[in-house]
Design a protein around this ligand. Structure first.
Ligand code: FAD
Ligand code: NAP
Length: 321
């Protein structure tokens, strides 16, 4: 099948990136996906996905992402294992041209889709870096296995914390779920599952303020968020599930973003500053946005995939024009 003359780059290989690639490469547009540091994206850090339509028995996150990649490659999508560090807009006299770079190699495209998702947030306690991987983790799927028969904790009150707490009970004898308040962002079904798990003990209105131990975590110091009381819990490991930070630093000073770093598509721009009819376009003509990097509300695999589809269709129409 012959391809159009247009070359496009997609930054990110999560559900948004691969879905966009399926659409653009199937439309015969020369498409390259930049995989980034986490090929397959966030779903590769989890186990069973129960809410992605089409899989009545559920599907493993890693399998779902491999399927998406294979589907895009079937239509000719190429992939490059590199992390984009900068983006330069070299468009001139209405001719769009963008250079993206991983620090060593430059790549030029007529248009871009940014689908770089989000990365795990850590607690921000002074000195926490030295414990990362030594009893302090952000990926239960990756590191839960090491805590067979141990007592551990997970910090957070969202769906990730509930899901990971349940998952960790496959290995650990006891999991403390430490949350800084009594209200949860988690959906009711996920919260109830965790509450009904006899190995999980909820520790509410508490925040972790320090780690105990020298080389490895041996416990945590927690502070009551209501009365300031400080206590300690002995444990072997701490997992954080306190949300993610959008991966948009490479686009700083180029693309409009909010104070946290979520990129702003035309759809969310006030009418007076909106410059394009394409909802998924950024403030820069020819750069489109998709998935968690621009969505701080829904942040689901299916919505990211849907955004990828929309961005690809907008890009196709825009290229035709
Ligand atoms: P991501 O999946 O975050 O992928 C981003 C991609 O961009 C990655 O490939 C990364 O390597 C790449 N990247 C980042 N920076 C760069 C760069 N500078 N250069 C090149 N590439 C870059 N949602 C559900 O619907 N159901 C679930 O059951 C579910 N479970 C979850 C469990 C966990 C533990 C987590 C953390 C999330 C879960 N989610 C779930 C949410 C879901 O994973 C996300 O909404 C979805 O993955 C977002 O897709 P995305 O393509 O926007 O970004
Ligand atoms: P989230 O919904 O943003 O929840 C983050 C949690 O961490 C909140 O409880 C928050 O507390 C807490 N938190 C944030 N910063 C903290 C800090 N510095 N110290 C202590 N606690 C802190 O994030 P998420 O759970 O990762 O979920 C992200 C998205 O993925 C959501 O849309 C979710 O539905 C989706 N997801 C879905 C599934 C599923 O459907 N199976 C599974 C996992 C994730 P406050 O509430 O007090 O701010």
């Amino acid at each position: 099948m012959s391809q159009t003359n247009h070359k496009i780059g997609i930054i990110g290989s999560g559900p948004a990136g691969w879905t966009a690639a399926i659409y653009t490469s199937r439309a015969n547009i020369d498409t390259t996906v930049f995989l980034g540091i986490q090929p397959g994206g966030q779903l590769t850090t989890t186990t069973e996905i129960e809410n992605f339509p089409g899989f009545p028995e559920g599907i493993q996150g890693g399998d779902l992402m491999q399927n998406m990649q294979k589907q895009a490659e079937r239509f000719g999508t190429k992939s490059v294992f590199s992390v984009i560090k900068s983006l330069e807009n070299k468009s001139h006299e209405g001719k769009p041209k963008f250079t993206i770079s991983d620090g060593s190699n430059n790549h030029e495209y007529n248009a871009l889709i940014i689908a770089s998702g989000a990365s795990a947030r850590y607690l921000g306690i002074p000195g926490e870096e030295k414990f990362v991987g030594k009893g302090y983790h952000s990926c239960a799927t990756c590191d839960g296995f090491f805590y067979r028969g141990k007592t551990i904790a997970i910090v957070g009150g969202g769906d990730s914390a509930m899901e990971e707490a349940n998952f960790l009970t496959k290995f650990a004898d006891k999991v403390y779920l430490i949350h800084r308040s009594e209200s949860f962002r988690a959906s009711k079904i996920m919260l109830d599952r965790a509450k009904n798990n006899p190995k999980i003990e909820f520790v509410l209105n508490k925040k972790v303020i320090d780690f105990l131990g020298q080389e490895k975590v041996q416990g945590v110091t927690i502070e009551d968020t209501q009365n300031g009381e400080v206590t300690e819990i002995e444990l072997s490991g701490v997992f954080v599930a306190i949300g993610h930070i959008p991966n948009s630093s490479f686009a700083q000073n180029q693309l409009t973003m909010d104070e946290v770093g979520y990129l702003t598509p035309q759809l969310r721009m006030p009418a007076e500053i909106r410059t394009s009819k394409y909802d998924t376009m950024s403030n820069v003509e020819g750069i489109f946005l998709a998935g968690d990097v621009e969505d701080k509300i829904y942040r689901q695999a299916i919505t990211a995939a849907g955004h990828g589809c929309k961005a690809a269709m907008d890009l196709e129409k825009w290229l035709e024009e």
